[in-house]
Design a protein around this ligand. Structure first.
Ligand SMILES: Nc1ncnc2c1ncn2[C@@H]1O[C@H](COP(=O)(O)OP(=O)(O)OP(=O)(O)O)[C@@H](O)[C@H]1O
Ligand SMILES: [Mg+2]
Length: 222
């Protein structure tokens, strides 16, 4: 089967520092992969390189067999990938509903969007629909950012530390939701430095060390 996401021999730099070194990873449709690793090891750099936010120095990225390295972040998004950033990047003066609506415009005309009402329901944020995003708590803003990232029904979903600022109960329901999204055919990658919380929900746990992926030690925090 063609991997939904295939990363091959990827190299990526931040300034003069080489952060990702010859990294390969294939994620199947329906698979939920967790990537752990200490602060500063390059988790965000990896996701941003895959998403086209950063231009990799070398290597290939394919979504359903189609090459996306070399594309802009917008083009990669239109190829079916959604990156939920570590920072939330919401429009703070716009309402939650308007933030979700705008994600629809950004997705382009060819994409079949998930209705805003359905996203508000799924993430338990319907009561906040008419509130300005800047007035929400950190955890609520994170849920809105997640809902926004799913508006375009991505085939590849990358989440950069999605659990930060979320309370225990919300965290677990979010992880279950991510599992459901994966089961429906999306390739889901979550990076978290505290990977123990996510591990029970993931199909596979890897650890980013020295710019490359290794199988995580079972039981220990990656
Ligand atoms: N904008 C930048 N300019 C230059 N160097 C950067 C930049 N962002 C990150 N780096 C460097 O690249 C390396 C990897 O950073 P990255 O943000 O990918 O790590 P991370 O694993 O996501 O860390 P964290 O768990 O703290 O989010 C670090 O050494 C960092 O100092
Ligand atoms: Mg990071």
């Amino acid at each position: 089967m063609t991997a939904r996401l295939a990363v091959t021999r990827l190299w990526s730099r931040r300034g003069s520092e080489t952060v990702i070194r010859n990294l390969s990873l294939a994620v199947a449709p329906g698979e939920f992969v967790l990537i752990g690793g200490t602060n500063g090891c390059g988790k965000s750099t990896l996701l941003e390189s895959v998403a086209g936010v950063l231009r990799p120095a070398a290597g290939e990225v394919r979504i359903d067999g189609v090459r996306t390295d070399g594309m802009t972040a917008d083009q990669v998004a239109r190829s079916g990938l959604s990156l939920i950033h570590q920072q939330r990047h919401l429009f703070s003066t716009l309402t939650v509903r308007d933030n979700l609506d705008l994600a629809g415009f950004a997705a382009g005309r060819r994409v079949e969007l998930e209705p805003v009402s359905s996203l508000l329901e799924r993430f338990g944020i319907a009561r906040l629909a008419d509130t300005a995003a800047g007035l929400l708590s950190g955890g609520e803003q994170r849920l809105v950012a997640l809902a926004r990232g799913l508006r375009s029904r991505p085939r590849v979903l990358l989440l950069d530390e999605p659990l930060a600022a979320l309370a225990g109960e919300v965290r677990d329901s979010l992880l279950l939701e991510l599992q459901r999204i994966a089961r429906a055919g999306t390739a889901v990658i979550v990076v978290e430095h505290d990977s123990d919380r996510v591990r029970p929900f993931a199909d596979r746990t890897l650890s980013l060390r020295m710019g490359n992926l290794a199988l995580a030690d079972s039981g220990a925090a990656a």
